[in-house]
Design a protein around this ligand. Sequence first.
Ligand code: ATP
Ligand code: MG
Length: 340
Amino acid sequence: MSETIIRIEHLYKTFGTGDGKVEALQDINLDIQKGEIFGIIGLSGAGKSTLVRCINLLERPTSGTVTVDGQELTALKEKDLRKARRGMSMIFQGFNLLMQRTSLQNICFPLELSGGKGDKAAREKRAKELLEIVGLPDKADAYPVQLSGGQKQRIAIARALADNPQVLLCDEATSALDPTTTQSILDLLKKINREMGVTVVVITHEMRVVEQICDRVAILDGGVIQEQGDVSEIFSNPRTEAGRRLVMPNGEKIHVLPENRLVRLAFNGTTSGEPIIARLAAQQGICLNIISADTRTIGDKSFGTMVLGLPQDETEAARALIYLREIPGVTAEEVTDLVQ
Ligand SMILES: Nc1ncnc2c1ncn2[C@@H]1O[C@H](COP(=O)(O)OP(=O)(O)OP(=O)(O)O)[C@@H](O)[C@H]1O
Ligand SMILES: [Mg+2]
């Protein structure tokens, strides 16, 4: 049984007024489950940072509610809100470490603020445990300038975990890192999620990041959630224009005769495309054009979509559709909304 930890309902955020008015978020509805890794993906300016700041109420929504672990944050007074926020912490693209403090002191900092974990010795003990968890036990006395980007992010993660949050919010946490370092930070986030049970919300513009670690994803575009669901489903078969732009950044540029009917196949990992086309030709004598294909591997499964042009002959087209719809692991759907 899954349990909701973050519920966002009818959330709007508007900045400014009159001509300068920006509707950064419009009617956002999200349910994030306890223990999952949830991705929010969108292009620059989509409203991702605004949304994540609305989750911990660093930014007050213009309207709508945010409920975390059963407590409606939008209804709390500042003092209670400060307490509730302790259950959530955040990491950023720029790490935001205190430059005058060593790694150990950076990690102790939130504990000093919250008064949690007892005296200085207890705080340092906790900080050392965290240095182990993030794989940098030997960097306790290093200052941020002495650390690489990946190491800085590890210290920032340790600091974020110091007060045992239930939720870790990550705003483009790997966007400043090279691919190998990105991978190691994503592995660490996954480990923290699995071993410590921390719910992780990942904000990113990179689909690779979502593919690697997220269970579910929401696509944010122009301040609106265009679609959300399981990563495998959304990435193998994006249903909205915004989804396709993110998932297939090269675009599905299609040049077909207007009279061609099109069918989109979505593969769920049990089969792949080419043999299907070959079999259809061999067994049924029906030839389909591959208009575009985009398959990829997520986890240990292969997924993807393929768009085929159906034969102009109506009977043949109908037979092909019946055949395609009966293949296990494949969803076949006629499409009318692809760019010509
Ligand atoms: N404090 C603010 N005042 C006015 N407008 C703002 C403010 N913060 C954000 N915006 C506007 O809200 C929209 C969403 O911005 P936001 O920073 O949330 O996008 P983002 O998806 O995080 O982008 P990026 O990927 O570049 O970080 C943008 O049009 C931005 O200009
Ligand atoms: Mg941002």
